[in-house]
Design a binder for this molecule. Structure first.
Ligand SMILES: Cc1ncc(C[n+]2csc(CCOP(=O)(O)OP(=O)(O)O)c2C)c(N)n1
Ligand code: SF4
Ligand SMILES: [Mg+2]
Length: 295
């Protein structure tokens, strides 16, 4: 069944949390939980989503959920899944919800181990492109030109001087059972991918692009628009890796304006024309490869 706004359950499994208004990550967790259901066991490392949802005596998850050490989402989720199997508990998915820092940097080893063992877990990386919970530090998924507290912008630096680490392809290189990229701007696509991950035996990984008004410096009512614009401008893309093959899900004939996307966010407001050209050239090179091999 295709999940959409009309048929998705009215039941809430993630609510009453303290995320900022317009938080992309909390929307991704909320909708993923609607697809996964109340029998889900969730593991969350340090990061915004655990910080806003496990505030004693309130608990924003109505299902079983636990906070893991920062580096350990993959390992803790794998342990839960093994425990469920040992106890003979069926139809109870295990999901890890980790940030970009908790996935691409400190949590990479535990995730790699889980994929290598093909542990029966779903791993969802909430990518808001920086370490937000500790005050906006650069991660391996922070794009070129982003101003953060550890990648300042000034006379000599354009903000972050590195491009985003390619987590989707790193994960696919393990020959994972199922992997996908998604965006909170395309929620039906995201929910369909969560459903596929739920139906997959073995490890699945979903990398969801999730704007953060507080860290990106944009109005809280444009979160969805920006998440769409990132895809439409080609700075993010929707793809899957399944049965050893890459597949591009969306191939815009023409890209939407990169400038409009960047200008809506204060983290990019210092960028010069030559920095924007670097960003576009990197995008074009990536799409040339994807269009050649993934269509
Ligand atoms: C071992 C360890 N190092 C550092 C921290 C501090 N810390 C907690 S959350 C966080 C940032 C998380 O960033 P990310 O994973 O991108 O998630 P976000 O907050 O952006 O959702 C950091 C650095 C920690 N809790 N444990
Ligand atoms: S700082 Fe960003 S990711 Fe964290 S709760 Fe606020 S909007 Fe969400
Ligand atoms: Mg983050």
């Amino acid at each position: 069944m295709k999940h959409n706004a009309k048929n998705i359950t009215n039941e809430e499994f993630f609510y009453g949390h303290k995320a900022c208004g317009g938080c992309g990550e909390s929307l991704a967790v909320r909708l993923a939980m609607k697809v996964l259901g109340e029998r889900t066991f969730a593991a969350l490392p340090a990061g915004c989503m655990s910080a806003v949802s496990f505030i004693y005596p309130n608990m924003a998850f109505t299902n079983n959920a636990i906070i893991t050490p920062f580096a350990s989402t993959g390992a803790v989720a794998a342990g839960i899944s093994a425990g469920l199997k040992a106890l003979g508990i069926e139809d109870a998915p295990t999901v890890g919800f980790a940030g970009d820092g908790g996935t691409a940097d400190i949590g990479l080893q535990a995730l790699s181990g889980a994929i290598d063992r093909n542990d029966d877990i779903i791993y969802i990386c909430n990518d808001n492109e920086a370490y937000m919970n500790t005050g906006i530090q650069k991660s391996g998924l922070t794009p070129y030109g982003t101003k953060t507290t550890t990648s300042p912008a000034g006379k000599n630096l354009p903000g972050s001087i590195t491009m985003k680490k390619n987590m989707f392809e790193i994960v696919a290189a393990h020959d994972i059972a199922y992997a996908a990229t998604a965006s909170v701007g395309y929620l039906e696509d995201f929910m369909a991918k969560v459903q596929k991950a739920k139906d997959t035996k073995g490890t699945s990984y979903i990398h969801v692009f999730a704007p953060c008004p507080t860290g990106w410096g944009h109005e809280s009512n444009v979160t969805i628009d920006l998440a769409k614009q990132a895809v439409d401008s080609g700075l993010w893309y929707l793809a899957e890796y399944e049965n050893g093959e890459f597949k591009l899900n969306r191939n815009p004939k023409e890209f939407a304006s990169v400038e409009d996307y960047l200008k809506a966010q204060s983290r990019f407001k210092h960028l010069k024309d030559e920095d924007i050209e670097i960003i576009k050239a990197h995008r074009d090179k990536k799409w040339q490869k994807m269009r050649k091999y993934w269509l």
